[in-house]
Write a protein that binds this ligand. Sequence first.
Ligand SMILES: [Zn+2]
Length: 259
Amino acid sequence: MFYAISKKYNDVVCASNVTDLNDTFLCLNSQCKAEYFIKGINSERKAHFCHKHSTPHIQGCPYDMGLTKYLNNDDIVKSSLQDIYAHIRKPIKKAPTIHVNKQPKQNASRKTYINTTKDLFYFCTTNSLDTIYENKTTINDIIVDSRNICSKGLFKGFSGLRLVVGYTIKYDFPKRFILLKTEAVTKYGKTIDLYSTIYMETNQIKEIKDYLFGTFGTFTGYPVAVLGKWSNSRLFNIECTINEPTNVIYKFANDIDKR
Ligand SMILES: [Zn+2]
């Protein structure tokens, strides 16, 4: 992970910008108790955070990742943002796997495909915000989460296709939506919330509600990521309607391979 909450500054920091090694670094998920140490300073590898063994991530934390497979490199094949949103899967040509006994692995190319919203989420959280996704679009242009919500006043709201990471507040069956909030602490130390209203089918609301109650015993405070075409209904509020259920992610790390 390249980002964490710095306890000293009460703000998100990038590992490569850390100057005070005595600072305490926490998981981006405010519900999570994971504390990080920093690795890779003054070395060949890029500086990054690893969680301490004494403080693991909570169950289902979206940032519980040993997911080096999503690190940006030539072995990642990316679908366009529009195709992921519309759930269009291009036929995948898999490179033939050659099994040769005890050969060094260096020539084996194992592609990672980004076809789903969940793949996109992991790509966006594994890499730094300035990483290019396609053409001139960077991760910073795709995701809205605690790392970048303060930049360019995103907390005031925005419109268009974006992957928003928020935390559950409530669900409403009659009006068919769930409400999330994403917290922002401005450079003046003021806490501001961006509220996202996500309209969806009743059965999906029920699935999410049942999952959160069944897993955590409560609905409130758990991360949900939504790839949506947002509109900026009013200040500090955005909304979208879900057509494709897989654009809503509420099960994370522990379920990564069970889709
Ligand atoms: Zn965590």
